[in-house]
Design a protein around this ligand. Structure first.
Ligand SMILES: C[S@@+](CC[C@H](N)C(=O)[O-])C[C@H]1O[C@@H](n2cnc3c(N)ncnc32)[C@H](O)[C@@H]1O
Length: 346
């Protein structure tokens, strides 16, 4: 076998100090460096220190880090944000990126120190970092109201970042009512309802979460078209009267056997011709990418539930067949996150 790896020594340095690289992004966000440079590009190190209330040494440390990583650029004595950051200030997605950074720092990082142990034990050992007795993250969050609020704010941002793919790819032509299984705070039902004016939705989730969803739906003035129902998605029957079932960021949590159980419940609840839609990050069938899926899998392996992972496209096709669905269709998103939709018909 020949070595075809593209890894260079610089690449190895980035991996070795990967969590330090994240801390440069985190500190630049927390201290307001990127927000400052988006408003006032070209400030010198001394001016940045004055504006951020930082002494000379920490400013040098921060700017060395952000500039070596390419998050900022030095031109003469002045500093600018990288274009990729400035674009997020211009298009309004910086507030989403801020939530993602906070999610990594406060929810993912404390648990990911248990990654090796999680692989060894083949379970989500990192869950021990969250108080409570539930066997998955979501049941533990209901016992931690402050963390629960943070989780759903950040989860909402992850979904807002990726759900344009769902809106573009989920063809709801002819659909009257969608059941959003484990619909969280309703972020996807709200976006789909706005894009598909004739369609109604039911968001199914745990009791505490549907209260968060109820508030969000009311804030968007959609209470007449989106209802909520507290239920356990494994133990309870799915309500009748829906011709489409959506699993958004849901089948990445459970084992293949659990996913087939959920898909069979969807199959039982749908009329003939009804549709199932699965929306989440996907990994390549070749098992070697994309990088986003590979790295996000540290979170999935350590925290949400015992068997969580970013599955390959082909696995969904196998589960659809096992649950009785036909005509699977892959609808990749084609954006920087590997989110896609895969659909099938009863
Ligand atoms: C990763 S979040 C996804 C939320 C939403 N679909 C989205 O894309 O933003 C998973 C959701 O499944 C819900 N969930 C997990 N286990 C559940 C269960 N046994 N019964 C009902 N809902 C559950 C959680 O409360 C959470 O809102």
């Amino acid at each position: 076998m020949t070595d075809t790896s593209p890894l260079t020594t610089d690449g190895l340095v980035q991996i070795l100090f990967g969590s330090s690289a994240f801390q440069m992004l985190n500190a630049g966000r927390n201290l307001g460096l990127f927000a400052l440079l988006s408003r006032r590009p070209g400030l010198t190190a001394q001016e940045i220190g004055r504006e951020l209330g930082l002494a000379e040494r920490p400013v040098q440390i921060l700017l060395l880090g952000t500039t070596a990583l390419g998050l900022t650029v030095r031109q003469g004595e002045g500093y600018l944000n990288a274009a990729v950051l400035n674009n997020t200030f211009e298009d309004g997605t910086w507030e989403i990126i801020e939530d993602l950074i906070e999610y990594e720092e406060r929810i993912v990082r404390p648990a990911e120190v248990d990654f090796t142990e999680s692989l060894r034990e083949n379970t989500n050992v990192g869950l021990r970092r969250i108080d409570g007795t539930g066997t998955d993250l979501y049941h533990r969050l209901s016992a931690n109201p402050e963390l629960e609020q943070l989780f759903y704010r950040c989860m909402r941002s992850w979904s807002r970042l990726s759900n344009p793919v769902l809106i573009e790819q989920a063809d709801l032509t002819g659909v009257r009512r969608v059941l959003d299984v484990g619909g969280g705070d309703g972020v996807n039902a709200i976006a789909l309802a706005q894009a598909n004016p004739g369609v109604e939705f039911t968001v199914l989730d745990l009791p505490g979460t549907v209260e968060i969803a109820r508030r969000k739906i009311a804030e968007h003035g959609l209470a007449e078209r989106i209802s909520v129902r507290a239920a356990d998605i494994f133990a309870d029957d799915y309500p009748a009267g829906h011709d489409c079932v959506l699993f958004a960021n849901q089948l990445v949590i459970w084992s293949p056997e659990e996913n087939v159980r959920l898909l069979r419940k969807a199959h039982a609840a749908l009329p003939d011709g009804g549709r199932v839609l699965v929306f989440n990050a996907m990994s390549d069938d070749s098992g070697d990418g994309p990088l986003y899926a590979a790295l996000d899998n540290v979170y999935f392996a350590t925290l949400p539930a015992a068997s969580s992972t970013i599955y390959r496209w082909g696995q969904y096709e196998e589960w659809f067949a096992a649950a009785g669905f036909v005509k699977p269709e892959r609808l990749p998103g084609g954006r920087w996150t590997p989110h896609g939709v895969i659909s099938a018909v009863k």
